[in-house]
Each structure stands twice: as structure tokens, then as C-alpha cells.
Design a protein. Structure first.
Length: 76
């Protein structure tokens, strides 16, 4: 349920995203493809959140299989 809510927010606001929106998405997105795309579009913000959410390093590398695994571990 949370995954869908965050995705809805992402798709509804991505064209007019603020830094606060991007930070929220990087902290809360659960979809590997969207996390990778957001990390690629906003690498500086993403690097600033790596301490809060370490799997963002994997998103920055664009490693989708490893990110999917890391998200699974995080959710567990």
C-alpha cells in the first residue's frame, strides 16, 4: 500500500518536484526502477541521503538486481 502511495505522489509531482519532494522519494520509494531514475536525475541529493538510506549507493550505481535485493532486505 505504501509503495503505491509513494509512486502516485512521484508520478503526480515529478514535473514540478521540489528538493523536499526528491528527498522524500529517495527515502521512501520501494520501486528499483524509480529509485534508480530518481538517483540519476538528482545525484547530489541522493548522495546526501546515503547515510540515512545506505541502499541509495546501489541506486546511484544503477544496479537494479542488487537494489531489488536490498529493498527486500530493508522491507523485511
Amino acid at each position: 500500500m505504501i509503495r503505491r502511495l509513494v509512486e502516485a505522489d512521484f508520478f503526480g509531482r515529478r514535473e514540478t518536484a521540489t528538493a523536499s519532494d526528491v528527498q522524500f522519494w529517495l527515502r521512501e520509494l520501494r520501486t528499483p526502477e524509480l529509485l534508480i531514475a530518481t538517483a540519476a536525475a538528482y545525484p547530489e541529493i541522493c548522495r546526501g541521503l546515503v547515510r540515512v538510506r545506505p541502499l541509495l549507493r546501489t541506486a546511484l550505481r544503477g544496479d537494479e538486481p542488487a537494489l531489488a535485493s536490498a529493498l527486500h532486505v530493508e522491507e523485511s
